[in-house]
Design a protein around this ligand. Structure first.
Ligand SMILES: C[S@@+](CC[C@H](N)C(=O)[O-])C[C@H]1O[C@@H](n2cnc3c(N)ncnc32)[C@H](O)[C@@H]1O
Length: 330
């Protein structure tokens, strides 16, 4: 921890991923918040279906499943349990934190996405944890970097935003009125384009809290989480630091990197429904013919409803690229 004033990107990088960083702690992300992965095994089932479909389209029985920002390997473990017989999957967990003990030995634990594999690359709530600079318009409406002190999270304005960061703001998140704030998503654009570019063929999906141009929150979304609660963002390693993702900018970065991929941006509700996770209640008649089956189906419908909820996980963005595969019909 330091009393220096630094930009949010550098401060968050140290607080989350430094030697004593938040994400290196033994309890892992699941100790502090609940993602779709933890909400229900139906999420892993949906990802298994997506992977199976990709394998079918690639016309192969051997595919890679790359989970970027894999936490403690929970999603990969769930997908491996949900896969159909006969599909040979090489699972990769791409993670900053160390491999947890007792993890399925089939899972390869790595620091970067493996280069040149075919299959499905999936990133659930990864990009919102890629540190970014925060900008705020000063009294004259000029965007300046926000500097933060790690010891207490106090902020002050630094130099004017210039160069590639200024161009990004102008294009994706223009600020004008004094006090307006934005998170400069350039590192996320680059991280996502790099991850998608690691695939030779298949599909890449980023799932995250999102906003798109025209609907950006005027004061940004940077916040903290600790022990299941939203807290003030202080970059001292004691809490998660997260900001919603400009997935439209990430999508454009993939196209601009020259990757031969189609792009679709939808929400989790629609994406899961397409993968057979709908949340419809079972017919009441099942309660008489198969009471145990009815109770199981009712529980599954409740979990699916949480994954698809308006104002909750269902509003998450799904940015889908199909690499070397024909685009889906609209
Ligand atoms: C919010 S957690 C999500 C975990 C899991 N995907 C889930 O949905 O439950 C974000 C994870 O991304 C990891 N992470 C962040 N940046 C990373 C990077 N550049 N490379 C690998 N892992 C990263 C963090 O360590 C953390 O485990």
């Amino acid at each position: 921890m330091t009393d220096e004033w630094r930009g949010w990107r550098e401060a968050a990088q140290a607080a989350l991923y430094g030697d004593e960083g938040f994400y290196r702690s033994p309890e892992g992300p699941a100790g502090h918040f609940r993602t779709s992965v933890h909400a229900s095994p139906l999420f892993a089932t949906a990802v298994a279906r997506l992977l199976t479909g990709v394998a079918r389209e690639l016309d192969t029985g051997t595919v890679a499943l790359v989970d970027v920002g894999a936490g403690r390997g929970e999603l990969l473990t769930g997908v491996l349990a949900a896969l159909p017989e006969g599909l040979d999957v090489t699972p990769y967990a791409v993670e900053v934190a160390a491999r947890p003990p007792g993890l399925d030995p089939r899972i390869e634990w790595c620091a970067q996405p493996p280069a040149g594999v075919a299959g499905l690359l999936f990133a659930n709530e990864w990009l919102d944890n890629v540190p970014v600079e925060v900008a705020e318009a000063d009294a004259e409406g000029v965007p300046r970097y926000v500097h933060v002190r790690a010891s207490d999270g106090a902020e002050r304005l630094g130099s004017a935003v210039t160069g590639a960061d200024a161009a990004w703001l102008e294009r994706w998140w223009p600020l004008s009125a004094p006090g307006e704030r934005a998170e400069i998503g350039r590192p996320r654009d680059a991280a996502w384009a790099g991850a998608v570019g690691s695939l030779t063929a298949g599909a890449a999906v980023a799932v995250d809290y999102t906003h798109v141009r025209g609907g950006r929150p005027p004061f940004g979304t940077l916040t903290g989480f600790r022990g299941g609660r939203e807290v003030r963002p202080v970059p001292d390693g004691s809490c998660d630091l997260t900001a919603h993702v400009a997935l439209d900018a990430c999508a454009a970065a993939v196209a601009e990197a020259g990757i031969d991929a189609s792009t679709e941006l939808t929400d989790q509700r629609a994406a899961l429904r397409r993968l057979g996770v709908g949340g419809d209640r079972p017919p009441l008649s099942l309660a008489t013919t198969d009471p145990a089956g009815y109770v199981r189906a009712l529980a599954a419908a409740g979990e699916a409803a949480e994954l698809a909820a308006r104002g909750g996980l269902g509003d998450f963005g799904w940015l889908l690229h199909r690499v070397g595969l024909p685009a889906l019909p609209p």
